[in-house]
Design a protein around this ligand. Sequence first.
Ligand code: 9D3
Length: 234
Amino acid sequence: MKIDVLTIFPEFFREVFDFGIIRRARLAEIVGINVHDLREFTTDKHRTVDDRPFGGGDGMVLKCEPIFRAIENLTGTTERENYPKGTKVILLSPQGRVFKQETAREFASEGGHIVLICGRYEGVDERVNDALVTDEISIGDYVLSGGEPAAIVLVDAIVRLLPNALGSETSAENDSFSDGLLDCPHYTRPADFRGMRTPEVLLEGNHAEIEKWRKAKALEKTKKIREDLLRSEK
Ligand code: 9D3
């Protein structure tokens, strides 16, 4: 898989893809990640990426031209219909559909080439959405100052689902959210830490009982914290 990130703050991403699973996946050439400065796709002397909104109002709007030039450079076309098969051009914006584990699975399995456009300011010229964007995505109901943190979230959630990205120690199928429940509590040595004891069942080695305990704890936690997960389809 190839992932390109378009941003006016390329420095924001400088070290974030150099750790853990993402680093390992890049070294194993499971994924190639490249971050591009939107200003590199400007043609004017001042390298202008934004301008004031038509109709007035506060803030600035990201201009069409640098984004169209970037997408043409990265995909070969500025018409969404003509992208090579498996190309996703994703706009990170508060107006998008909310990113879920299901969305991560969709992008990991269908996206051979993913381009992430990081929104900023009051927004992005709507013609970017009209012509270029295949998916508009938000990561949740809170206000960020830009799409950059959201891009990092998507890259992390997608890359770890790519075949062979996880080591043999973990499996994506065992994840919380794959079975729709929160995880059970975990303990490691010492069994007694400053008087706080590990539940006996985990120390006794009865694996059927341990499984039963873990399921019950996961259900109890989910009921208390995320009842919505028990009601919803997924
Ligand atoms: C004035 C109305 N605001 C829209 C709700 C303006 C606005 C706020 C925040 C415009 C852009 C932003 C920057 N945020 C993102 O680009 C963003 C985002 C977010 O704020 N929350 C959750 N997911 C995302 S993905 C991109």
